[in-house]
Design a protein around this ligand. Structure first.
Ligand code: GRF
Length: 208
């Protein structure tokens, strides 16, 4: 049974998808052992508490410099005996020390079809604003391993979502979350915990 630690910064709807999947037995060989928030008073912490999951806050603002922040994050991850780190709407920058400590063991959910609309500055509603501004007809979500390049790690799963003429950034975000993010993240986490992900030359294969 692998220990999953979920890092959050906001409403926690992706965390909730993992909590619900766990409750329904859809995360094989894995358990959400801890939730770490990048700031206090985020609803994701309420969701964790309601589910009886140990949670803590490790806020970048509380540390003098990035390496002190990384050390604190690493300590919290070690306390939870973490085997898999999941970034679920996590908005702080992960230090290279943290990434190096968990090679191909950190998973992120991004609300677009990488390599489109990703990288520095593309997060939250900004992604969907850019999608609508460009006029693309298809968008979606991507689950990928985290490496030192923002949104640049090996892609695990993707799911397409239609863009509608009447879409606003908010309506599009909601549909991408419901139809793609909340579906893909539990699938990817379970596949990881079951040992069904294989990375070869930056490409991920998912065994059935
Ligand atoms: C949302 O923009 C979502 O698309 C992205 O992170 C943000 C917050 O998600 N993955 P959550 O509700 O906190 O999981």
């Amino acid at each position: 049974m692998l220990n999953i630690c979920v890092l959050v910064s906001g409403g926690g709807t992706n965390l909730q998808a993992l909590i619900d999947a766990q409750k329904n037995g859809k995360i094989k060989n894995g358990r959400i052992a801890a939730v770490i928030a990048s700031k206090p008073d985020v609803f994701a912490l309420t969701r964790a508490q309601k589910a009886g999951i140990p949670c803590s806050v490790v806020s970048r603002k509380s540390f003098a410099d990035p390496s002190a922040y990384s050390a604190a994050l690493l300590d919290a991850l070690k306390q939870a005996e973490t085997d898999l780190v999941v970034l679920a709407g996590f908005l702080s920058v992960l230090g290279e020390e943290v990434i190096a400590a968990y090679p191909m063991k950190i998973i992120n959910i991004h609300p677009s079809l990488i390599p489109a609309f990703c990288g520095k500055g593309f997060y939250g509603l900004k992604v969907h604003e850019a999608v609508l501004a460009r006029g693309v007809k298809i968008t979606g979500a991507t689950v990928h391993f985290v490496n030192e390049i923002t949104d640049g790690g090996p892609i695990i799963l993707q799911k397409a979502v239609n863009v509608l003429d009447a879409d606003t950034p908010q309506s599009l975000q909601k549909r991408v979350m419901e139809q793609a993010e909340w579906v893909l993240l539990p699938q990817a986490v379970s596949a990881f915990c079951e040992g069904r992900l294989k990375v070869t030359d930056g490409h991920v294969s998912v065994k059935d």
